[in-house]
Write a protein that binds this ligand. Sequence first.
Ligand code: ATP
Ligand code: MN
Length: 147
Amino acid sequence: MIKKILLPTDGSDRSMDAVRYAISLAKQTNASILVLSVVDERFKSIETAPDPVAFMESAFVESAKTYVEAAENEIKKEGVTVDKSVRIGIPAVEIVKEAEKSEVDLIIMGSHGRTGLQSALLGSVTMSVIHRETNIPVLIVRKGVKI
Ligand code: ATP
Ligand code: MN
């Protein structure tokens, strides 16, 4: 039974395909959606050196909030129950952590994201998520998916 879906997003067009797919599945199963964007902690050194407070207020965190809110609005518009989360860390690690903590039944993510390099079969975040140890299923939304 699918009651709760984790939807990681990086705000890219490709991840918006996953948003649309998740909305459709949530409607069919009466599930809720938890939208998550992870700010890569490796950006910390670029923007604010080691100051964690400054990083929390940085453009990286601000844009993650924007992506999450954009997805939240799309989902709300369709009448699906939605919650949101922004985390800082290694994206694939945080995605699986959030999935376990929130006890979701399914993770839905795009095959590609912001980089969108089609020569790679899967983007590195998706690749890492499917290789991590968890018993939560992962559904990968590929380009040209029919919804
Ligand atoms: P790469 O990042 O390896 O250069 P890419 O950007 O094309 O390639 P991924 O980053 O793996 O591919 O993106 C695939 C999917 O992973 C996205 O559609 C999105 O669902 C999810 N994702 C990627 N980055 C994040 C992030 N920082 N936070 C949450 N979800 C993410
Ligand atoms: Mn990426």
